[in-house]
Design a protein around this ligand. Structure first.
Ligand code: SF4
Length: 328
């Protein structure tokens, strides 16, 4: 069992280590010519070969466009390095508390993909040691029966080793009032080999109600047998939800969004949120006006069952809850 587990860990970790990390590597892998002006990037390129294998040989491919900007240095006056002003919610270097009864733990800065529109791309992340320090000397609010849900976010918590995830789970298990553990991750979509049996067994403890929020923006991300088997395994333990970002040239079409909802449903995942793009520095090329987004969601609502229509929302910096844009 241990040997098998070790083998599993080596496999996904090796795959992540061998990910594409430059525009020229992307060019070689996809066998396409990428214009010189796109080789200089602000947010370094990172994409697994698994995710890249789903791209076509076109600069307009909706998966490629998520990891390679067409206007790498376009910037508007409204954009911010930290668009959600998350620092004001810090209870600790690794813990944010924006909402009642919930805490969000920034577990790592590592991801398995760099989404060029990501609102946390400029975030200054603490290291593992900070999390260990946190568990060693819990703060005064710890165990005051207020926290009901712990959210593991990042970066991507599924890039952590099994042994460190175990430490994190043990650390939060001491928070007696919390009964729900939620994980925010893109890994099941971009590096599904990471969802090993050994990793899943870390969640055997019945103490937690388990929720996983994945992040798929386009139906092509959900193609293939491996995705199917991965979500089948995940659905045995987790309530599965998806959040997408509305992205120009990627999913800003009725047909794409509808197909995405149907594909998620086939995999046992509820379309949860469709986010308006946060005004992160350098993200302007992806922005879709809210009026256009509302029409798209209205058209989804007119055709799909209600449970397949995601909530179209935006974050307003400084406002605690998400603001609905389209209310059906
Ligand atoms: S995986 Fe998530 S945290 Fe990482 S770059 Fe993409 S959106 Fe941001």
């Amino acid at each position: 069992m241990f040997k098998q587990g070790l083998h599993d860990e080596v496999t996904w970790a090796t795959e992540l280590k061998g990910a594409i990390r430059s525009v020229s590597d992307l060019e070689k892998y996809l066998q396409i010519k990428i214009p010189k002006e796109l080789h200089e990037v602000r947010f370094p390129i990172l994409v697994t070969k698994y995710f890249a294998s789903k791209m076509s040989k076109s600069l307009d491919d909706p998966l490629l466009k998520q990891v390679l900007k067409k206007t790498p240095f376009l910037k508007t006056d409204e954009e911010l390095e930290e668009p959600l002003l998350e620092n004001q919610y810090k209870l600790h270097d690794v813990i944010l508390k924006k909402y009642a009864h919930r805490i969000l733990c920034l577990t790592t800065s590592q991801c398995a993909i760099h989404c060029q529109y990501c609102f946390r791309q400029n975030h200054d992340y603490p290291l593992k040691s900070k999390l260990r320090e946190f568990f060693k000397t819990p703060p005064t609010w710890w165990n005051q029966n207020e926290i009901k849900e712990v959210i593991l976010s990042g970066g991507d918590p599924l890039t952590l080793t099994n042994s460190f995830i175990k430490e994190v789970l043990e650390g939060f298990a001491a928070l007696s009032s919390a009964h729900t553990l939620r994980i925010h991750t893109r890994v099941p979509i971009v590096l599904p080999s990471r969802v090993t049996d050994e990793w899943l067994s870390l969640f055997d403890d019945k103490r937690w109600k388990l929720v996983m929020v994945v992040h798929a923006n386009h139906p092509n991300e959900l193609e293939g047998k491996l995705i199917k088997s991965t979500f089948k395994k995940l659905s045995q333990k987790f309530t599965l939800l998806n959040q997408s970002v509305l992205l120009k040239g990627i999913n800003n079409q009725e047909s794409t969004l509808k197909e995405l909802s149907w594909k998620l449903h086939e995999l046992g995942v509820m379309p949860y949120y469709l986010h308006q793009l946060d005004k992160v520095s350098g993200g302007a090329e992806y922005e879709v006006p809210e009026t256009v987004g509302s029409k798209l969601v209205e058209s989804m609502a007119a055709e799909l069952p209600g449970y397949l229509v995601p909530r179209y929302v935006r974050e307003i910096p400084g406002k605690k809850n998400k603001t609905p844009i389209f209310n059906g």
